[in-house]
Structures are given as structure tokens and as C-alpha cells.
Design a protein around this ligand. Structure first.
Ligand code: T5A
Length: 228
């Protein structure tokens, strides 16, 4: 009998401003899904594949800033194209779940907010690069930008790292970003869930898990507590 092809895995993205806790929550969800026996990988943008990581280094060092926001959007999209081809689509085709720390909503929000770019340009770029590989579920981790920047700043100081390209923008930019992410969530409620990320990491993770169970695993928290 021919082997049955694995069904496509699930694609879950995490979005939000600086220091919102995305990486922390990706790792907590990855561990919890693994415990449930789900084959899952965690990845990030920009990056997530060797060539895309090289573009990441260029972008976050601020080397593309002088080219302007449209060119930066194109470079983020070039990295995304490589990431999709090399990492995300093959994993989904194998039936793995993919958890991604930032994806195309970050281009809409960051480059949109920074450059006042034409949404038609950003939409076309997204259509060409992402095509049908849209996330099944997107968590928008929402918190006041001052709180996120303070978290990111404290970690940077502890590691003696320099401020990166976008963290260094002024507070009005970070406020515009928050609005942009909340607008995306309002426009696409079937895909996006807004999570209050100002609370402690375990409380945030519990909310995320409840949504994953309800939307992707087809169980409720009570059923799972009952051992379903
Ligand atoms: N970008 C990216 C674009 O402009 N366009 C694009 O298309 C894309 C894809 C990426 C930069 O590129 C921009 C956006 C970004 O500026 P990055 O280094 O990957 O750069 O930056 P971020 O994605 O912003 O990552 P951060 O690490 O800064 O933030 P996270 O992942 O949201 O936060 P996390 O989990 O690392 O936590 C930050 C700190 O807070 C603590 C953690 O321990 C850590 O110290 N923390 C909490 N503290 C209190 N309560 C909680 N609930 C906490 N959760 C985590």
C-alpha cells in the first residue's frame, strides 16, 4: 500500500513590538507542544536560514537604513523568501509545526510605520513572497512600548550589547508600531489573537496555550486537564 503523505503542519507566528516576550513565548510553546508529542521547530525572522541570517546581520546593523524603508522592506522580504524556501515550507510539508518569531506582519508594521509606505506596495510584496504560506494563527503580543523597550534595554545592558537598528527609533515610532499591530489584528480576527503581554511570562503562556488548544488542537483547557 502506498505510504500516506503527511498532512501539512501548522504555522504559528508571534508578533509585537520590541521586548514584548516573543522569543520567550516561542520557546515555552515549543516545549509544551513537544511534550504533547508534536513534531515542532522554532525559527525566527529576519533569519531562520543561513543566507537569511546574513541579510539579518546587514539589516540590524543599520547598513540598509540609508537606502530607505522601501528598500529595507525588500531586503526583509528577500530574507523571508529564503527562509520560506529553505526552512518553513519543507518543515510544513513534512508535517512539522513551525513556530516563527516575527513574520510578514512585522514588515507591514515596522516598514509601514517607519516609511509611510504605500500599503499596496507592501501587500504586493507580501503576496509575491509569502503566497499561500500564510500563518494559521498569529499571536500579537501587546504591551506599552515603554515596558517592552525597558525589558529589551535591561537585557542588552546585561549582555553589553549595542542598541539595534529599530530599537533606537524614537518613542513615537514604537507607539505607531503598537497601533499598526492592533490594526492588523482587528482586520484579521480569524488569524490573529491579541495577548496582553504586560503580565508575567507564565500567565501569558497559559493564554497562548488555551488559544492553541481551542484553535489548532481542537480541545479545551478543561478537556486537557481531564486528560483528553
Ligand atoms: N523587523 C523584523 C522589521 O523591521 N521588519 C521585519 O519584517 C522583521 C521580520 C528584529 C528587528 O527587526 C525588525 C523588528 C526588530 O526590531 P530582534 O533582535 O529579533 O530584531 O528583535 P525582537 O524580535 O524585537 O526581539 P527581542 O528579543 O527584543 O524581543 P522579544 O523576543 O519580544 O522578547 P524576549 O522574549 O526576548 O524578552 C525580552 C526580555 O524580557 C524578558 C526576557 O527574559 C528578556 O530579558 N521577558 C519578560 N519580562 C517580564 N515579563 C514577561 N512576560 C517577559 N517575557 C520576556
Amino acid at each position: 500500500m502506498p505510504e500516506k503523505a503527511p498532512s501539512r503542519g501548522r504555522f504559528v507566528t508571534f508578533e509585537g513590538g520590541e521586548g514584548a516576550g516573543k522569543s520567550t513565548q516561542v520557546e515555552l510553546l515549543r516545549a509544551r507542544l513537544s511534550q504533547r508529542g508534536i513534531d515542532v521547530i522554532a525559527t525566527r525572522e529576519p533569519g531562520g536560514a543561513p543566507r537569511a541570517e546574513r541579510i539579518r546581520n546587514f539589516l540590524l546593523a543599520g547598513k540598509a537604513k540609508a537606502l530607505g524603508p522601501a528598500a529595507e522592506a525588500i531586503l526583509f522580504s528577500a530574507a523571508r523568501n529564503d527562509h520560506l524556501e529553505t526552512t518553513i515550507r519543507p518543515a510544513l510539508a513534512r508535517g512539522q509545526w513551525v513556530l516563527c518569531d516575527r513574520f510578514s506582519d512585522s514588515t507591514r508594521a515596522y516598514q509601514g510605520a517607519l516609511g509611510d509606505l504605500d500599503p499596496v506596495f507592501l501587500n504586493r510584496l507580501e503576496q509575491v513572497v509569502v503566497g499561500p504560506t500564510r500563518p494559521d494563527l498569529t499571536f500579537i503580543l501587546d504591551l506599552p512600548p515603554e515596558v517592552g523597550l525597558a525589558r529589551a534595554g535591561a537585557r542588552r545592558q546585561a549582555r553589553s550589547e549595542a542598541t539595534d537598528r529599530f530599537e533606537a527609533e524614537d518613542i513615537s515610532f514604537h507607539r505607531a508600531l503598537r497601533t499598526a499591530f492592533l490594526t492588523i489584528a482587528r482586520e484579521e480576527p480569524a488569524r490573529c489573537v491579541v495577548i496582553d503581554a504586560s503580565r508575567d511570562a507564565d500567565t501569558v503562556a497559559a493564554d497562548i496555550w488555551a488559544e492553541v488548544e481551542a484553535r489548532l488542537l481542537g480541545t479545551t483547557t478543561q478537556e486537557s486537564a481531564d486528560g483528553a
